[in-house]
Ligand binder design. Structure first.
Ligand code: AN7
Length: 360
């Protein structure tokens, strides 16, 4: 008897799924790990809490193979690099790009070099880069300095740059917008995204426009959120010493600044900043009331939407999607630091019961 094979069993990754929309000649040869097809989760407790009579969905990119949206771009960038004969890839990173580059390079049999700011990347991300065999170079400096170095470095070395200034990255990342439209049957009214280099917001907009031209949707208003200590686009100036608990978006010289301004203009959207406290509160709120655990940077999109709804900038009845760019497990230190600590008791039923009784 033949067992029925589901469509899921044949799904190998987004290059095969969206092959005709990506710059890959032979989708069958893709370097992939089953990225994409992430869930669009409707929240119930969040809108109720806000008194918001609309719909708020979470595009949970934390369930990609390495735990962030970077995998969408990396499958395309590494496949291209491999096809072009490259033997090594390099990136500057606040952590997630490094983890993703390391994994896809390992799968392709290539060497990854990742340049990260010392002490400012979350533990999970560092452990991923190390386990996947990347050469990890910690800089006594920040992401922007690392980025400036790799831009020059790749001019003289036979290494492919896989930061989002590599256009193949944004091609892959635009597929997240396709999935949102396919899941909702339309584009949302508003789409909120945390912003660092502004590559992702630029990529989503490319995706929405592509489906828009083909008549599948009317593109949304795009809203980007930065952290107040690291908000160059909101402030309209470079920030040389950016700082935020959301280390993923601790970026003061965004690489896709122009792209961000185009998105703002074309979608009639806007950028705003949220404080670290608001980010952490939104992260806790989502985890504790809607069951979704994202990393701090990702919670910036939710913190932003909360404040825009409270300010009346997003009308009642609207349909909103927030992208949660990375998984909460990426940064266990920040999660544990802000949570109620465990109760440590003797190994007796009475001692355990005493704790439980205190909450019943
Ligand atoms: C979880 O990994 O820049 O605006 O080097 O990891 O496209 O930069 C990460 C960025 C949002 C911002 N959320 O996206 C890197 C890096 C998370 C991130 C962003 C990042 P962009």
């Amino acid at each position: 008897m033949e067992y029925p094979v589901s469509a899921n069993a044949r799904y190998t990754g987004l290059i095969q799924h969206y092959g005709d929309r990506l710059p890959i000649e032979d989708p069958a040869s893709a370097v992939c790990l089953g990225e994409g097809r992430t869930p669009l989760i409707r929240t119930y407790n969040l809108p109720r809490r806000l008194g918001f009579e609309g719909e708020i969905y979470l595009k949970f990119e934390g369930v990609n193979p390495t735990g962030s949206f970077k995998d969408r771009g990396m499958t395309v960038a590494v496949t291209k690099a491999f096809d072009e004969g490259a033997r090594a890839v390099v990136c500057a990173s606040t952590g997630n790009t490094a983890a993703s580059a390391a994994a896809y390079a390992a799968r392709a049999g290539m060497q990854a070099f990742v340049i990260i700011p010392e002490g400012k990347i979350a533990l999970g991300k560092l452990s991923q880069a190390m386990m996947h065999g990347a050469k990890v170079i910690q800089l006594r400096g920040n992401f922007d300095e690392a980025m400036a170095i790799v831009r020059v470095l790749v001019r003289d070395l036979p290494i492919t740059l896989v930061n989002s200034i590599n256009p193949n990255r944004l091609q892959g990342q635009k597929t997240a917008a396709f999935e949102v439209v396919e899941d909702l049957g339309r584009a949302p009214d508003y789409h909120a995204i945390p912003v660092g280099n502004a590559g992702n917001i630029t990529a989503y907009w490319m995706g929405y426009k592509e489906y828009g031209y083909e008549g599948w949707c009317a593109p949304p208003v795009m809203v980007g959120f930065q952290s107040t200590g690291s908000a160059p686009i909101v402030e309209g100036r470079h920030i040389d010493q950016p700082d935020t608990v959301a280390t993923a978006i601790r970026i003061g010289h965004p690489a896709s600044w122009e792209g961000a301004l185009d998105v703002q203009k074309e979608s009639r959207g806007w950028f705003d900043a949220v404080t670290d406290e608001d980010i952490l509160q939104a992260q806790r709120l989502l985890a504790s009331t809607d069951g979704v655990f994202c990393e701090p940077a990702s919670a910036a999109s939710v913190a932003g939407i909360v404040s825009e709804i409270q300010a009346g900038h997003i009308p009642q009845g609207s349909n909103v999607v927030c992208t949660l760019t990375g998984h909460g497990l990426k940064d266990p230190d920040t999660a544990i630091r802000q949570s109620e600590q465990p109760f440590t008791v003797d190994a007796t039923e009475a001692a355990v019961e005493e704790v439980i009784q205190g909450f019943l």
